[in-house]
Design a protein around this ligand. Structure first.
Ligand code: RNT
Ligand code: ZN
Length: 420
């Protein structure tokens, strides 16, 4: 006896087939697209370097939902719980402050691959790739607000060394796992008030990046990305690493550009930037986030922009050139649920994009038939997309529909609530 999910899927399959869309092929493609889950949703960007260090760098996590992970083991267990509720095989994105140093204080410019051995083993057991980020914030040497763009040579050098060791760690991860790690540089550098000199911090940043990237690394192990930003809290007037700065840097130096959905003016969207940037850079990293009025890093939901991002990746045939990562942190709700909701939404958006009758839409547009283009796009919105999504979850052995929340609630009762 076919289950309801299977029956609903069969009807949906037929409905999409009438549009010339092969739902089975779409699901097969979907299963090949990894989404990189960011470790920092699990503990409010805390890390394990110093439990008392507050978050800074212009970032803010609000909320104090109980049960946040306090150790690497807890964070991995929480991530395992989330991953068990997300269809497909994905990736995990770490920050340098998530190093495991066995209680010893290891300065950030002295971190080694061995400090991430626990993560590498865990990723290997899960069949997942890892991504990585040097941490240029929540550290006394970042207190001035400037790191790689600092005029203070001691400070600058420290952070250059941090960038260098992090690339080596990224490459070690990629080598151990047999799949490249994307190591992404984001720095908080900027000024609260209007600077006199907008020029020299950028010249210094360029020099620092050149030093960090001086050693060529095998792209089968490590890929370098650079992430721009418009502003941060306390750095509202100037950001050294602006969009133009890093776009130029990525083009000139063959680096990946990271587009974070929250890092532009409120009416700018990264869905429109993907095809522009990919005309000039080989590969992109996405930090899929949800800015609400500012770079608030809300949990990703299935909104218009999320679908537009996925559509652009798929319509452009860019799946092999775009690394999809998530970047949000909400401490006001169950953190495991936040991962599950955001990641499932990202996957849903990709599926939605894969279920478009692309040839027909492209043809209509080329013929100037904008009536048909609009009509088709609107009809698609009420197609039985949910039945395909449910069936995808069913075939991937993860909960269909809301039942995943029951598992999170149980996990909260049995595990999270016991963390004092
Ligand atoms: C900050 C950037 C950056 C961070 C993470 C923690 O605005 O988006 O990607 O969110 O590195
Ligand atoms: Zn980001």
């Amino acid at each position: 006896m076919a289950t309801n999910v299977e029956q609903a899927y069969e009807l949906a399959r037929q409905a999409y087939a009438q549009w010339g869309v092969d739902t089975d092929a779409a699901m097969e493609k979907l299963a090949s697209i990894p989404v990189s889950l960011h470790c920092w949703q699990g503990d409010d960007v805390g890390g394990f370097e110093n439990p008392d260090a507050g978050l800074d760098g212009g970032l803010a996590v609000t909320g104090n939902y109980p049960g946040k992970a306090r150790t690497p083991e807890e964070l991995r267990t929480d991530a395992d719980q989330a991953l068990s509720l997300i269809p497909g095989t994905h990736r995990f994105n770490l920050h340098a402050i998530y190093a495991e140093t066995g209680g010893k204080r290891i300065e950030r410019n002295e971190l080694q691959p061995e400090h991430f051995a626990g993560w590498i083993d865990w990723a290997k057991n899960n069949g997942m790739g890892l991504d990585f980020n040097p941490t240029f914030f929540s550290h006394p040497k970042a207190d001035s607000g400037l790191t790689l763009s600092s005029h203070d040579e001691g400070v600058r050098r420290f952070w250059v060394e941090h960038g260098i060791v992090c690339r080596m760690i990224g490459a070690a991860m990629g080598k151990a796992l047999g799949i490249p790690t994307v190591t992404n540089v984001w720095i908080p550098d900027g000024f609260k008030d209007i600077p006199i000199d907008r020029k020299s911090p950028r010249e210094i940043l360029k020099k620092s990046l050149d030093e960090i990237f001086a050693e060529p690394l095998d792209p089968r192990h490590n890929l370098d990305a650079v992430e721009s930003k418009l502003f941060g809290i306390g750095a509202e007037s100037y950001t050294t690493g602006s969009h133009e700065f890093y776009l130029g840097y990525a083009v000139a130096n063959k680096k990946l550009l990271c587009l974070d959905a929250g890092h532009y003016h409120p009416t700018e969207v990264i869905s429109d930037k993907i095809s522009s940037v990919l005309t000039f850079v080989d590969e992109l990293l996405l930090h899929v986030s949800r800015p609400v009025r500012w770079d608030s890093d809300h949990v990703v939901i299935l909104d218009d922009e999320l679908r537009a991002i996925a559509q652009q990746v798929i319509r452009g045939g860019y799946i092999d050139r775009v690394h999809i990562g998530l970047d949000f942190f909400d401490a006001s709700i169950n953190r495991v649920a936040a991962w599950v909701i955001g990641t499932r939404c990202m996957i849903k958006a990709l599926l939605y994009g894969l279920l478009e009758p692309l040839d027909r839409l492209k043809a209509a547009e080329r013929e100037g038939n904008f009536t048909e283009r609009l009509a088709v796009l609107e009809e698609l919105k009420t197609m039985p997309f949910g039945a395909v999504w449910d069936y995808y979850c069913f075939t991937k052995d993860v909960p269909v529909g809301m039942t995943w929340l029951d598992e999170v609630k149980m996990y909260e009762k049995n595990v999270l609530s016991k963390r004092a």
